[in-house]
Design a protein around this ligand. Structure first.
Ligand code: GLY
Length: 355
């Protein structure tokens, strides 16, 4: 088991990574007062793990899926915490994927102005990205992650055990974030290129998970509150990904990150802001994970949603983070009309080049 530490003014967060981390770390929680938050899928799959690790600790089980990431569910969780007698000395355990981690983290930050939080991510996406770094949120009035808080878990337990039951689609979602890290970090990029034929293998995922977390830990340590410009880079592909996610809804977050990256790489290449040969290697990686990147006819809707992105500082201008060259990214800010036109062009290109 390896550890990674995030030290910021607000916390010391330790991430325990590797086989056996779940059993080893949860054994130390036996005497603690816990409140477990999970979802219906994870509960079904890991009921025996939950029982053996957390005994009869009270639990709240969310309906599985992105739609649960709303304030109605948040209020239900807070009410269950109150009924269960959660106090300041209790620990909230977020046991599940990105939705569970985000909403449980927000509940932990609000209840009694903050109770202890442990994240135990069970999907590849939440292991490589969302469980680490303390961003918590729910969606509101059609805007992604608009009500939230920075609230660091004091511990994150990342065990590859949970990846074994994941459907391929979930692995695809996690690989979306992993390719994002590849576009930001040349060490991760090299590993992706060298292992491009085996990126779905368990062995590859285990190793690269640690590398992605280490990259994120460095970024969060330098810019915990996303104000210094560094953390913003972790949003590569997300402006367009989120915009499509809100409008089209059919896929899940990681798939939209892959799609968003495809479109934003196209934009960066068209504007001459990304080295073309390098861009093509990233596109090749994306296409290995998601065969058909969809063309979207209603680009104006995507542009409307992109206007809500938290990176934007001016009305009617859309900001996105795109790859520039190996290990470097660039922020591109465009008038909404130009963004919309580029999304239309990319969609037309995808239509023309349909396999
Ligand atoms: N997932 C982006 C961040 O944590 O900042």
């Amino acid at each position: 088991m390896k550890t990674i530490t995030i030290n910021t003014p607000s916390c010391n967060s330790v991430i325990y990574c590797g086989n056996g981390a779940f059993v080893e770390r949860t054994a130390l929680l036996k005497d603690k007062k816990l409140f477990i938050i999970t979802d219906s899928n994870v509960y079904k799959l890991y009921k025996s793990h939950i029982e053996s690790a957390f005994g009869d600790s009270p639990a709240y089980v969310l309906p599985a899926g992105e739609r649960s990431k709303n304030y109605h569910q948040l209020l239900k969780i807070l009410s269950a915490m109150l009924k269960a007698g959660v106090t300041r000395s209790s620990t909230v355990v977020a046991f599940g994927g990105g939705v569970v981690g985000d909403i449980a983290g927000l509940a932990a930050s609000l209840y009694m102005r903050g109770v202890n939080l442990i994240q135990i991510p069970t999907t590849l996406l939440s292991q490589v990205d969302s469980s680490v770094g303390g961003k918590t949120a729910v969606d509101f009035e059609g805007v992604k992650n608009i009500i939230g808080a920075f609230y660091q878990p004091y511990e994150v337990i990342v065990d590859p055990l949970f990846l074994r039951t994941l459907p391929r689609r979930e692995l695809r979602c996690g690989l979306g974030e992993i390719i994002k890290y590849g576009a930001l970090d040349s060490g991760i990029y090299r590993k992706l290129i060298e292992n491009k034929n085996t990126i779905f293998s368990e062995q590859f995922m285990e190793g690269i998970t640690y590398d992605c977390i280490a990259h994120k830990a460095e970024v969060v340590t330098a810019d915990e509150r996303d104000t210094g410009g560094k953390r913003k880079t972790l949003n590569l592909g997300h402006t367009t990904g989120h915009a499509f996610e809100l409008y089209y809804k059919r896929k899940s977050h990681g798939e939209f990150v892959l799609i968003g990256m495809y479109y934003e790489i196209y934009i960066a290449k068209r504007l001459g802001m990304c080295d073309a040969a390098y861009a093509d290697t990233l596109i090749d990686l994306i296409k290995r994970v998601i065969k058909n990147v969809p063309a979207y006819e209603d680009a104006s809707k995507a542009a409307q949603f992109a206007k809500f992105d938290k990176k934007n500082t001016q009305v009617s201008r859309i900001s996105l983070i795109a790859p520039k060259c190996e290990g470097e990214s660039v922020e591109i800010t465009l008038p909404a009309e130009q963004y919309c036109k580029l999304i239309e062009d990319c969609s037309a290109y995808l239509q023309e080049n349909k396999a």
